[in-house]
Design a protein. Structure first.
Length: 304
């Protein structure tokens, strides 16, 4: 069901840092409308901010969506991995596209610059993690240019102030999901993920470093492929930039990226919010575009 604006209607489930930032970002979309930010307490900072922005809110949790599923087309789940395992079956049964921003690893991994096309037919799309969104394109470029990837290690650092309670509670799931995605996208036999919550003031920007062991490093081919992928990423995440292009260091290939946020909710240091939220919106907008186009085409045929 499309809104009167011609946009698909999205509900954001979870009013923490990720969910609130996502709801605010959706207001800028030409294909999506934020029909509700759903939390569990009207006193939460996220719901208060959404109300100030003119976004409809509810404190009834997932029950608010399930009570009137025909009022929504897409649900972004920004709660926790454990909660998502409870929410997903009912949301999917209601015929809603579920885009999972938790590390639940229930649906297929999606990184838009790598496998957007393959993800659009899934009823549950998993956006990996913030570190996974930053590193998976690098891992993918590595796998495309090297036939024998032994080991990939991903170290992400984010500002402690940008990590809400759900992020902190999901650290184990974050590690396992990021490691699984890295192996999936690179073909590596082994992987390791580390997340550092840095309490420094002023707050640091999100940075992710990828270390790799391969049998026969081809830095030139790797760099060329990565440059293509980065250009695609920057279409939906302008703040994604390579600080250290692939180079050899003590027998390892090293690459480092930084993500600067747009400051929609938290300040620009919170690139970890932008990278997963902008990626999720990119998936939803493409999903919407493919469903809007047939209606437009039908209208043109009728006029003709």
């Amino acid at each position: 069901m499309f809104a009167g604006t011609g946009k698909m209607r999205a509900a954001v489930l979870g009013s923490g840092n990720i969910g609130t930032d996502l709801a605010i970002k959706l207001r800028k979309s030409t294909r999506l409308e934020c029909a509700a930010l759903v939390g569990r307490s009207l006193n939460s900072a996220g719901l208060a901010r959404a109300q100030a922005e003119g976004i409809p809110v509810s404190a009834n949790g997932v029950d608010h969506i399930l009570a009137t599923p025909d009022q929504f087309d897409i649900v972004f789940d920004a709660t926790s991995a454990a909660a998502h395992h409870e929410h997903a079956p009912a949301l999917e049964a209601a015929g809603l596209l579920v885009i999972d921003l938790t590390p639940a690893k229930r649906g297929g991994f999606c990184v838009p610059s790598v496998n957007l096309e393959q993800s659009l037919d899934s009823p549950n799309v998993n956006m990996v993690t913030c570190g996974g969104q930053a590193s998976s394109p690098i891992a993918h470029a590595l796998g495309l240019t090297h036939g024998d990837v032994d080991y990939v290690e991903v170290v992400s650092s984010i500002a402690s102030r940008s990590a809400g309670p759900a992020t902190r509670a999901n650290l184990d799931e974050y590690i396992h999901t990021t490691e699984a995605a890295i192996r999936s996208f690179s073909g590596a036999r082994r992987s390791k993920a580390i997340l550092n919550l840095n309490p420094a003031v002023p707050c640091i920007n999100m940075q992710t470093t990828v270390f790799a062991l391969v049998k026969e490093p081809n830095i030139e081919a790797f760099t060329a492929k990565l440059a293509e992928i980065v250009a695609d990423i920057q279409r939906y995440i302008p703040g994604y930039e390579v600080l250290v292009w692939p180079r050899m260091d003590n027998g390892r290939i090293v690459t480092m990226v930084r993500v600067t946020g747009r400051g929609d909710y938290l300040p620009s240091y919170a690139g970890n919010l932008d990278i997963i939220n902008c990626a999720a919106i990119a998936v939803a907008e493409e999903y919407a575009a493919r469903r809007i186009k047939p209606k437009a085409a039908a209208g043109l045929r009728a006029v003709g």
